[in-house]
Design a protein around this ligand. Structure first.
Ligand SMILES: Nc1nc2c(ncn2[C@@H]2O[C@H](COP(=O)(O)OP(=O)(O)O)[C@@H](O)[C@H]2O)c(=O)[nH]1
Ligand SMILES: [Mg+2]
Length: 878
């Protein structure tokens, strides 16, 4: 059967089935495509910082389809959309796109690319079915089948895939459709069809610690794709925080769940109240819990955060209300501590008549809880009705409901507000069904009681590992470490296995938030941005009075110091007296003109542009990550609240600053391209941590002409020059793409003509980039080891870095093999020796494990090309 005949046949039969059946067919194609994706034996084509999201999309999209499929057969239309919230659909689309773009960038159009496209089409068909666009459903189903065939063709070339190959695939797909039309038998799809690709797939999943998914795919094929909806629902209702940690964590969570007697609903949500001072936040917080509560007096103005637990007795459910005050930087910090089950309430004083203040808080919320809804309370302290563009705001923000009332007087309306919030917390579709195992739940409950969360405030702030283990035993839960990570991720208790001295303690999360916020507020009040550890005591006394000694004794200041670093809220100054600098508290304005670097037309310029104000914390996080490269002028570091000047060892200079809705980067000097690349990747990585939409990336290609990255890429890729409407000239963008190190395939290929002929499906390889990445990671590890006093090990790294520097220019894999053969490989092997000296030291330093894993990954990537042996990723449990 030719491709054209195949398409004809597809169309013919798809026309005879319903939209629903076409969607099921597309889903079917997706399921068959997934095992082809790790064609080279792993998922390393996904960029490290995309791995979780993209892998989750690959493994989980089909579940979302199944859920849609089920909703379509059972529920009413309105209900369907509610069940599958728009946020999760949007996130899914983005994640598949990420996986797809990685597949394209790391290879030519090949198995990976086409098999991910099948998934995407399956997803599109499901969404189209939900909206009842039957024509689109069928188009997507047809595309899914043709892409699957493309993938199969590429796979056949690899020789790994044997069982009847492409012809069999075509016939099988047509037979499936026919069977739907005639509603008779359904042909079986066997794993044997994949030949050895099946075991490649299973191994790739094992390598990612995704055994759970390996089993799932196997049983799915084994039962000829009949699915158990209960399993789908369990998977889709895994707590969001666990989901965000990727498919490994989800698999572990589910395995853990299956080992417990029963499940219990996660029974609390957080309600965060934001708004200007005096708007009525505290009034609302108190009256939600108790409608008869007295109004707060003027002098009672909230200092830090007040927390009030509003318990719905009969449903074993509670809303934990956070009444915020204090410096906004404390809001920036809370995204690190709070779980994702959040509802925001913005309170607005009706007398203000300044809608911009409302926008300010709505933006704030959007930055820190992009998937959360807001309820607006317009507090009518007097009869005057303010003019507010509510309809417009509803279009721009996720506003669930708006209430207009006098919080002090309107008892009936207050009742309505209370009912609404109660129902919201109880029924919110994306967390309503989230459960954990009953034994785990019992441990969580006991911990919370002990810490006095929502009640007795005299509880301890931390317990030892022994006490925790005893608790686990008492409630017959298993694997305390796994439980600790789970509790940590849902914000029930905090555990930091990689902070020395802290690894044996289980902490009350509210102790950490209160401590961090007290320090920040203390500094903000004093208009300072830096604090010594020896000043912590004073700060706590000033903020908390007598409670300071009890809650934050001197012995525990060190943890809080470490935590501020860990959460990238602060960095340690390089000066002799180790001071913590909180970039968010630095002065607003940039240095004066004479102290700013001057950039010329032919320097490098890029910018990230967003369609909403950027979270101010983003640039702070960037500053923290790059603080050791801050340029100084007459001993003054050139850094301010919204930007920083960086330098590298070869005299290149960069300016990175955030302005309104964009981040600007300018770089000059010998090493500019490389410096720009590293800044760009770092910003992307930070953006990625905020769930909000990834911004547009643009480059200045010639004077005042800015082009989007994907446009440059596609011009270079398709070898079509760019037509400049201003000068009416055609201009080639290849040079620009090299200057900015934008990965377009033809550029990569152009640069690597000297490399060995690329086999079909082999990723292209950039030796220089690979060496630079390795050196950066090794550099990080070096500094950490030095600080930990492991001089000898640090020296080994210096040696390896020297070798890497020499190897940067090599183009022949054989030579690379010779040069790099020993040092780095041996180092990584040593790192892998559990109980070995190096293993222990690296495990003990902050982020040591993560860096070591990155190094191993980078090395494996290089090794694959050079024909060197692969290493295991250190510190991963097998
Ligand atoms: N008359 C009147 N006073 C109110 C109302 N809401 C709040 N207040 C008063 O306004 C002041 C500030 O309110 P508060 O809840 O502390 O504001 P917050 O700073 O946003 O927490 C307090 O003295 C309240 O008693 C209202 O609806 N009517
Ligand atoms: Mg207040």
């Amino acid at each position: 059967m030719s491709s054209r005949d195949f398409e004809k046949q597809l169309r013919k039969y798809l026309n005879k089935v319903s939209g629903f059946e076409a969607m099921v067919f597309a889903h079917h194609c997706g399921l068959i495509a997934v095992p082809m994706i790790p064609v080279n034996g792993d998922f390393s084509f996904l960029k490290p910082h995309h791995q979780n999201k993209a892998l989750e999309a690959i493994l989980d999209t089909l579940d979302l389809n199944l859920r849609l499929l089920d909703a379509l057969t059972v529920d009413t239309k309105g209900k369907q959309l509610e069940v599958i919230s728009f946020a999760s659909l949007e996130n899914r689309k983005k994640s598949i796109n990420i996986a797809e773009s990685d597949a394209i960038i790391r290879s030519t159009h090949d198995v990976r690319h086409y098999s991910i496209l099948v998934l995407k089409e399956a997803y599109i068909s499901a969404i189209a079915q939900l909206r009842e666009f039957t024509f689109e459903v069928k188009e997507a189903a047809k595309n899914a089948a043709t892409c699957l065939l493309q993938a199969a063709m590429f796979l056949e070339k690899s020789g790994r895939f044997s069982f009847g190959g492409v012809d069999h695939t075509r016939n099988y797909l047509i037979e499936v459709l026919k069977s739907w039309v005639s509603k008779t038998y359904r042909p079986a799809m066997l794993v044997e069809w994949y030949g050895s690709q099946w075991s490649v797939f299973q191994k790739a999943l094992e390598r990612e610690n995704c055994q759970y998914w390996a089993k799932l795919f196997f049983s799915s094929f084994d039962s000829n794709f009949s699915f158990d909806l209960e399993g789908v629902n369990l998977r889709l209702n895994v707590p969001m925080e666990t989901k965000a940690r990727g498919p490994r964590a989800v698999g572990q969570f589910l395995e853990r769940l299956s080992g417990q007697d029963k499940t219990r609903r996660l029974n609390e949500a957080r309600v965060l109240i934001l708004g200007d001072k005096g708007a009525g936040k505290t009034t609302l917080a108190r009256r939600l819990k108790n409608p008869d509560a007295s109004l707060p007096e003027e002098y009672e103005s909230t200092k830090g955060i007040d927390r009030i637990d509003w318990v719905f007795q009969d449903e074993d459910l509670k809303a934990r209300i956070w009444d915020f005050a204090g410096h906004v930087v404390t809001h920036a910090a809370h995204r690190f501590f709070l779980s994702e089950r959040c509802l925001y309430i913005v309170v607005y004083d009706g007398r203000t008549d300044n809608p911009d203040r409302l926008r300010y808080w709505l933006n704030h919320m959007k930055n820190y809880g992009p998937n959360s809804d807001a309820i607006l309370i317009i507090n009518l302290k007097d009869p005057h009705l303010p003019q507010l563009p509510i309809n417009l705001l509803k279009e721009q923000y996720r506003i669930d409901h708006v209430f207009w009332l006098n919080l002090g007087k309107d008892t009936n309306k207050l009742d309505r507000v209370r009912t609404h919030i109660h129902e919201y917390v109880r029924d919110h579709p994306s967390w309503q069904n989230q459960v954990i195992g009953a034994q785990d739940y019992a441990v969580k409950q006991e911990l919370e009681n002990l810490f006095g969360i929502g009640g007795n405030k005299n509880g301890p702030e931390l317990i030892s590992r022994e006490e925790f283990d005893a608790m686990v035993k008492k409630h017959k839960a298993s694997d305390p470490e796994e439980l600790l990570s789970m509790l940590h991720s849902i914000g029930a208790s905090f555990w930091y296995p990689d902070i020395e001295g802290c690894d044996t303690l289980i902490l009350n999360p509210e102790w950490i938030t209160d401590g961090v916020y007290a320090l920040i507020n203390w500094l903000a009040n004093k208009e300072r941005y830096g604090i010594l550890q020896s000043e912590f005591g004073q700060a706590f006394r000033d903020q908390l009075g007598d409670l300071a000694k009890i809650r934050f004794p001197d012995a525990q200041h060190g943890f809080l110091y470490q935590l501020l670093l860990k959460y990238e809220l602060a960095y340690e100054s390089d000066l002799e007296k180790k001071e913590l600098i909180i970039p968010h508290l630095l002065k607003e304005d940039q240095p004066k003109e004479g102290n700013m670097p001057v950039f010329q037309m032919d320097d490098l310029y890029l910018r990230f542009r967003t369609n909403a104000p950027l979270p101010t914390h983003m640039i702070s996080q960037f500053i923290v990550r790059h603080h050791h490269k801050i340029r100084t002028l007459r001993k003054q570091p050139l850094v301010w609240r919204h930007g920083v000047i960086l330098k590298d060892s070869q005299g290149s200079v960069a300016l990175v600053r955030s302005m309104n809705w964009k981040i600007e980067v300018m770089v000059k000097g010998a090493n500019a391209t490389r410096m720009l690349s590293s800044i760009r990747e770092s910003l992307r990585d930070i953006f990625d941590g905020y769930i909000a939409q990834e911004p547009n990336l643009e480059y200045q290609v010639w004077f005042n002409k800015w082009l989007k990255e994907e446009d440059i890429q596609s011009h270079v890729e398709s070898k079509v020059p760019y037509f400049d409407p201003d000068t009416k000239e055609n201009r080639d963008l290849t040079d620009q793409s090299i200057r900015y190190a934008i990965q377009a395939q033809s550029v990569v290929r152009g640069l690597q003509t000297h490399q060995r002929q690329q086999e079909e499906g082999q990723p292209s390889f950039d030796m220089e980039k690979s060496c630079v990445n390795l050196q950066t990671d090794l550099g990080d590890l070096y500094r950490k080891l030095k600080r930990a006093g492991a001089d000898e090990e640090a020296e080994d790294i210096v040696e390896i870095q020297e070798i890497l520097k020499d190897a940067e220019g090599l183009t022949d894999p054989k030579e690379v093999k010779k040069t790099l053969g020993k040092g780095l490989y041996r180092f990584l092997e040593e790192l892998n020796e559990e109980g070995g000296h190096l293993h222990k030291i690296v495990a003990g330093v902050r982020k040591g494990k993560a860096i070591a894993q990155d190094i191993a990954e980078q090395y494996n990537y290089l090794a694959q090309w050079a024909g060197l042996p692969q290493v295991n990723k250190p510190f991963l449990k097998n």
